[in-house]
Design a protein around this ligand. Sequence first.
Ligand code: CTP
Ligand code: MG
Length: 236
Amino acid sequence: MNMQDKKRCAAIVLAAGKGKRMGTAVAKQYMELAGKPLIYYALKAFQDSQIMDTIVLVAGEGEVSYVQDEIVGKYDLSKVHAVVEGGAERYDSVWQGLKALREDLETAYVFIHDGARPFVDEAILTRGYETVEQFCACVAGMPSKDTVKLVDEDAFAVNTPERKYVWTVQTPQIFEKNLITEAYSRLMQEDHTQVTDDAMAVELMMKTPVKLFEGSYENIKITTPEDLKIAEAFLR
Ligand code: CTP
Ligand code: MG
């Protein structure tokens, strides 16, 4: 990549979830993984990335000053230019992050990332940058290793999509800033309760097709307790 022509990039790192499926008292993003809070790893990858210029961190209600001191300050994450409060659902938190970037007129691309995915790395960010430059909207994902079945309400198999057409999606999800801001501002005015990722906002609200690019099989989301064991194994 030619760094001279590189366009300005912002990351929105999401850490405002409750971590219900983890079932711990401390929200999962603050749990320790090899001696550091889980959220540290994704932030560090963006901090050290030559592609990233600025980071907005979205934290939970009432957690902003804790996160400023105990994460951003403590680990010297100097690219984090704002810590904002998220909302009840993931899309509410993304919307808060996008609003924090509104004044930043230079930023061309926004990388939206789940703080609960510690294994994002420079190779993924580079592939993402190259893909968004070409297609304006892209998401990391991997071909599904399992066969996927669509089922009915009673869990009877209805349809089995051909495996080569099935990918599971990850983050970062990367978009031209104006495109994703417009998609979300339209979405927030309509019924959007079924929206679970950022690509859906673009798929539903805009005409731009969303391209998938290769993330990695290690770029897992820490969701349930067994994921922590897998993450510890990756770190060893
Ligand atoms: N997230 C967020 N704001 C929300 C919900 C989720 O910022 N209202 C973030 C989470 O912190 C996480 C990412 O979005 O980094 C992916 O969400 P998920 O894995 O579902 O995390 P939680 O919502 O915290 O977990 P759960 O669904 O088990 O409660
Ligand atoms: Mg959730």
